[in-house]
Design a protein around this ligand. Structure first.
Ligand code: SAM
Length: 234
């Protein structure tokens, strides 16, 4: 994975050509999914509503619900997290921004939510800094790209979430249970699987964060809760 690319004056790194291909492949893949299956878990490549929501439960552990906060939902799809928040945290005051690079997804999300507290944009990273960011499922489907290219994408996503989160952010990964104890990662059947340690190390050493791991919630996945140790995003 590339750990040393240079940032420009804004602190956001230039998108290299190779990642442009990754973004356009993601856009094409998920736009086709939602066209075929509609605003349903299958439309964002999840098997069912229950596991989709279980992921949200884990990711939202980064948030302190006792006070109002702003939340970026990176890879928001058709807005399932916004619906989950309304259902499970209806009393919380949340300034929600959904971000997705698929225009087809964002159009569906906008059709479902029209309140000023729910905004959706077509983008590959958040245009604003929020208290927290979450991303569910954006690291999984590697679309035929090599492990090296995909890990560049993962690192870029983590860096951007760090730059646009004041307090913390959370992401999930498919776990590579077959390689317990190994720092290596594998790409098989088009899915990116990894052990937690390389990305915990990356967030701690490169992004200056502290990381808590959530696992053992009944899925072959894990969630990283990544807390920003300072306020450089302000
Ligand atoms: C597996 S789906 C999950 C959607 C939603 N998070 C959920 O759980 O219902 C992943 C979504 O992330 C989007 N995505 C992937 N990488 C992205 C990026 N860098 N920026 C914005 N959206 C991205 C895809 O277009 C797709 O809609």
């Amino acid at each position: 994975m590339s750990l040393s690319r240079k940032a420009d004056r804004t602190g956001i790194e230039p998108v290299e050509g190779i990642l442009r291909d990754v973004y356009s492949d993601i856009e094409a893949y998920y736009s086709e999914r939602v066209a075929r299956h509609g605003a349903t878990p299958l439309g964002v490549d999840w098997s069912c509503w229950a596991t989709q929501n279980l992921r949200f439960v884990q990711l939202l552990k980064i948030c302190d619900f006792s006070a109002p906060f702003a939340l970026n939902d990176i890879g928001c799809g058709y807005g399932a997290l916004a619906a989950f928040l309304a259902l499970r945290h209806g009393d919380a005051k949340i300034d929600y921004l959904g971000v997705d690079l698929s225009r087809a997804m964002v159009q569906r999300a906008r059709r479902r939510f029209s309140s000023p507290d729910h905004r959706f944009v077509v983008a590959k990273s958040s245009p604003r800094i929020a208290d927290y960011s979450v991303a569910s499922g954006i690291m999984n489907v590697s679309l035929g790209h090599s492990r090296a290219v995909w890990e560049d994408f993962v690192a870029t996503m983590l860096r951007q979430m760090r730059q646009t989160s004041r307090r913390g952010f959370s992401v999930n990964f498919i776990s590579d249970a077959t390689r317990a104890g190994s720092p290596a990662t594998t790409l098989t059947d088009g899915l990116y699987r990894t052990m937690p340690q390389p990305w915990i190390g990356y967030c701690e050493s490169q992004l200056g964060c502290s990381v808590e791991i959530m696992d053992g919630y009944g899925m072959r996945e894990f969630t990283l809760l990544i807390r920003c140790n300072d306020t450089t995003a302000d």
